[in-house]
Design a protein around this ligand. Structure first.
Ligand SMILES: CCCCCCCCCCCCCC(=O)SCCNC(=O)CCNC(=O)[C@H](O)C(C)(C)COP(=O)(O)OP(=O)(O)OC[C@H]1O[C@@H](n2cnc3c(N)ncnc32)[C@H](O)[C@@H]1OP(=O)(O)O
Length: 214
């Protein structure tokens, strides 16, 4: 597992983000359009060829393997291929994680047709993905890296497609273990709750935190 150092400052990172993000948004829009289009079937082969041509153009220069998690000179993470928050990943809704007081992490996300499970409702795996990621961010609020060891997701009721709100925070520590909880709510209130144990991996375990994150 390697974290890749990008020798750039955060101004340059923001510049790169502003270039690539519209492309990712356009692809997200394409995904939604493919799901919902009702154009005549006869148009589909032409559209398919056009999409393939665009893909080929992007593939004319590309890196080997996944994007990885890159870091700028200032230590800002660039998890741009991440399926929950990646600014280069059209699969990601994307979730924009915000920091609140006492280690709170929260996000407001709009989940459209690409995230449907039961009719009109959010797929349970998407709820779990977003919660796992947000709980991971809350676990990381103390500055130490940790991995999901165990996560339990309880679906209180169905979650409607549309705007959802997520919150997570670390409740307590036990050595390298961080006990983190979170909720996902739709317009009618909380619909999914998650409890997880995040564990600081051995290679990062010199001084596990024992205090509440800032
Ligand atoms: C820089 C910071 C920035 C952060 C922001 C970034 C946000 C990114 C957000 C991304 C979010 C997405 C996140 C992702 O997608 S993370 C990706 C999904 N998760 C993984 O791939 C994890 C794979 N597993 C491992 O790497 C290791 O097994 C871990 C690190 C989990 C433990 O390591 P290790 O096996 O060496 O541990 P140990 O033997 O020393 O035991 C230590 C203690 O831990 C307890 N234990 C062990 N395993 C588990 C378990 N599975 N559940 C509960 N507890 C467990 C164990 O009983 C003991 O406690 P005790 O018995 O002594 O009481």
């Amino acid at each position: 597992m390697t974290f890749v150092f990008e020798d750039i400052d955060d101004v340059e990172m923001e510049r790169r983000r502003s270039v690539v993000e519209p492309l990712t948004d356009a692809v997200r829009d394409l995904v939604d359009a493919v799901i919902r289009t009702e154009v005549a079937e006869g148009e589909i082969p032409d559209v398919t060829a056009a999409v393939r041509a665009v893909t080929e153009r992007l593939r004319s220069r590309q890196s080997d393997g996944p994007y990885g998690v890159r870091y700028t000179r200032a230590g800002t993470g660039m998890p741009w291929g991440n399926p929950a928050v990646g600014v280069r990943n059209a699969v990601a809704p994307p979730m924009r994680v915000q920091a609140g007081d006492d280690g709170l992490r929260w996000a407001d996300v709009r989940l459209g047709a690409a995230y449907e499970g039961p009719p009109g409702l959010v797929h349970g795996g998407i709820c779990a993905l977003l919660l796992d990621h947000l709980l991971g961010e809350a676990a990381g609020a103390d500055g130490t890296p940790s991995f999901t060891g165990t996560i339990s997701v309880r679906y209180l009721r169905e979650t409607r497609l549309g705007p959802v709100h997520l919150e997570a925070r670390t409740d307590r520590y036990d050595g390298p273990k961080k006990f983190v909880t979170g909720t996902l709510s739709d317009a009618d209130g909380p619909s999914v709750v998650a409890d997880a144990v995040f564990v600081i991996p051995r290679w990062a375990r010199a001084t596990p935190p024992q205090e509440a994150p800032q």
